[in-house]
Design a protein. Sequence first.
Length: 231
Amino acid sequence: MKNKKKVVVLLSSGLDSTVNIFEAIKHHHEVVLALTFNYGQKAAKKEVEQSAKIAKYLNVPHKVLDVTWFKEFNKSSLLVEDQKIPTGKDVEIDNLEKSGESAKSVWVPNRNGIFLNIAAAYAEALGADSVIPGFNAEEAATFPDNSIDFLKAATHALSFSTANKVTVGCYTAHLNKPAIVLLGQGLNVPWELTWPCYFAGEDWCGQCESCKRAKRAFASANVDVKSLFKG
């Protein structure tokens, strides 16, 4: 019997990363490590908690890495306390220009680049073939580090910096959020364990860009998760 492909998954407990780890297991890969990053984001407490629950649910090894030094080189509203994360009327997910403005507010310099490189180092050390982040086509329009081109470029770079030529792959990079929810439904993802919100309240705020995209996706797929949203 052919050996299972070993993978490291970047798990933030958001819709994309959660569906990717479930999909990896469906494809009979061995998830040798689920990595969650605390980079000082306002949602860190909930992302860490929910990621740990997802990893336990799937019985995969989980590690939380403290990279809060991210605050030293950026002014993202996701991290800086006196910077307001866009919510409510400041977020129009169907308006590309407006989405571009909110993207600038929450942009974290080279976040995914740094995460992938750290994950690739773990992958090489653990004998894993690939790193799997949670990307999507919907946000790639305003976040270029969510794009398929970025995945290809990262794989090319890692072919030089890892001895076993770790690749970067993502099951959802070509999908929008509604399609990702539909994929997750087929995988029986327990949505109550996920955390798409930019904040760390008791419930998903329902008003930040990430929540609004999630709400629309769930509604489009006729998935009732109203109880998880505060607003």
